[in-house]
Design a protein around this ligand. Structure first.
Ligand code: ADP
Ligand code: ZN
Ligand code: MG
Length: 486
């Protein structure tokens, strides 16, 4: 080994294949419900069970959702794409083949912006194709599970898109960010429900290692079916260490498919990876080509919501928000909608942003609630912000009022009136507070007058406390200083 070779670090190379269920009511080629949680083998029919003579009919809504995903990811959507049969035998695949797309996918190209280590990089996409999901083998939960495996075909025929990235990811963290960004975007446009525990979104991670960024790619391993960002990251970390360890000891990485055991935090060989030609792909004879003429692409594009990146830029531009705020507020579409409604009601975008990013997000987190079920209307929160801006209440009091408004549908002004929370700013009442604090803390006042200027803060704090936080702090300070210095 040359001295250079021993000092060059191993570089991981990662490419992801993300499977996302499209949010349709029915399956991709039949009228069966595409839902989660039905009794096993309830949502099935001759088409999705692959019974002889049954013919598939393409779900147009699934195609529109796939087109919207492709447009959101900046892909080129092809005017014509072709379904193909991917032939393999597995008990959860009733037809003996999966209807997928092969050499003529729905879309190619596109990219995802990934932030990692403070820098943002575009990770290019290879393609997006449509396919049907397979059923599910059930290995446990039955009295005879030690001897038998059962199959549930409810998922067979559920519409999926597969998003394939180029091998351009370099770290497990970057791969997790890529997956997170794709999930957020698909959920934002309504193409996917983002429910990873229910299997709506999962990914296969391809990974290899090489000696430095100029070396040719090494042999890759595919880790199948990762359904959480953490598992993706853990599986990649384990696999990278395993591969580096192998090649450093002069062994070769075997091209294979592996599974991640989340309990053990390890990957295990599943089966050696079939070469693509083993699937004997051929065009699906029972389905015509998928046609996406310009008019259809334009219709789908026009119906799409403003995308997160564009909205983030608009928040900075139109509301003069810091980029940080704009980024947080556009993490979910519902949150961005809510913020805009609050900003309008409050007529103060920065205050609206502070409240939404602060109290609102904090409360949602504590109560484990989604933004769609937030317990305070934009109009009500706007009203609260207006009271602060008008000087009627202090921001400390406003937080307490917020607590009382949340989940009760009550109005800020009513709570302020009922509990007498309005800010005290008339000189008479404030003067009494000042006189009182100077009497109670005569020694501290004397120290201040003797030159210990930092005693001032203590006196203001005591006077504020005596007012239950209702005194106007600015005017109070002025009056207190005048009394001490005068
Ligand atoms: P296959 O023919 O095995 O399906 P592809 O070339 O179609 O392989 O790539 C599948 C996925 O594997 C893609 O996401 C791609 O980015 C990734 N990939 C390809 N080669 C490598 C490699 N050497 N290391 C890591 N990932 C890779
Ligand atoms: Zn069916
Ligand atoms: Mg491939």
């Amino acid at each position: 080994m040359s001295p250079a070779a021993t000092t060059v670090a191993w570089e991981p190379v990662i490419g992801l294949e993300i499977h996302a269920q499209l949010r349709t009511a029915t399956k991709i080629f039949c009228g069966c419900a595409a839902r989660f949680g039905a009794a096993p083998n309830h949502d099935v029919c001759p088409v999705c069970l692959g019974l002889p003579g049954a013919l598939p009919v393409l779900n147009g809504h699934a195609v529109d959702l796939a087109i919207s995903a492709a447009l959101a990811l900046g892909c080129t959507v092809h005017e014509q794409s072709i379904f193909a049969r991917k032939n393999y035998f597995y008990p959860d695949l009733p037809k003996g083949y999966q209807i997928s797309q092969y050499d003529r996918p729905l879309a190619t190209g596109g990219s995802v912006m990934v932030e990692a280590g403070g820098a943002t990089r575009a990770i290019r996409l290879t393609r997006i194709h449509m396919e049907e999901d397979a059923g599910k083998s059930v290995h446990d939960g039955f009295a005879d599970s030690d001897r038998r495996t059962y199959v549930d075909y409810n998922r067979a025929g559920v519409p999926l898109i597969e998003i394939v990235s180029e091998p351009e990811l370099r770290t497990p963290t970057e791969a997790a960010h890529f997956f997170e960004t794709v999930r957020a975007l698909l959920v934002w446009i309504g193409a996917n429900d983002g429910n990873m525990e229910e299997g709506s979104l999962r990914c296969d991670a391809n990974v290899s290692v090489r000696r430095g960024s100029d070396a040719p790619f090494g042999t890759k391993v595919e880790v199948k079916n990762l359904n959480s960002f953490r598992y993706l990251q853990k599986a990649l970390e384990y696999e990278i260490t395993r591969q580096i360890d192998a090649v450093s000891h002069g062994e070769r990485v075997v091209q294979e498919t592996r599974l991640f055991d989340s309990a053990l935090g390890r990957t295990f060989a599943m089966r050696s990876k079939e070469e693509a030609h083993d699937y004997r792909y051929f065009p699906e004879p029972d389905l015509p080509p998928v046609l996406v003429p310009e008019a259809r692409r334009a219709r789908v594009g026009a119906a799409m919501p403003e995308l997160p990146e564009a909205r983030r830029a608009r928040f900075v531009r139109d509301y003069a928000l810091p980029d940080y705020d704009a980024g947080v507020l556009t993490e979910q579409r519902g949150l961005a909608d809510y913020f805009e409604a609050v900003a309008a009601a409050a007529a103060n975008p920065k205050a609206a942003s502070n409240w939404v990013m602060g109290e609102v997000l904090r409360t949602l987190k504590v109560r484990e609630t989604a933004i769609d079920a937030v317990g305070i209307s934009p109009a009500a929160l706007g009203g609260l912000i207006r009271l602060v801006d008008a000087g009627t209440i202090s921001s400390t009091v406003a937080k307490a009022v917020f607590e009382q408004m949340y989940g009760t549908g009550r109005d800020a002004a009513a709570i302020v009136a009922e509990h007498g929370l309005a800010q005290v700013s008339d000189d008479g009442a404030l003067g009494t507070l000042v006189a009182d604090v100077l009497t109670r803390h005569a020694d501290t006042a004397a120290q201040y007058r003797g030159g210990r200027k930092q005693a001032f803060g203590f006196l203001v704090g005591e006077a504020m406390k005596a007012s239950d936080g209702k005194a106007d702090p600015k005017r109070l300070s002025q009056l207190l200083r005048a009394a001490l210095d005068g």
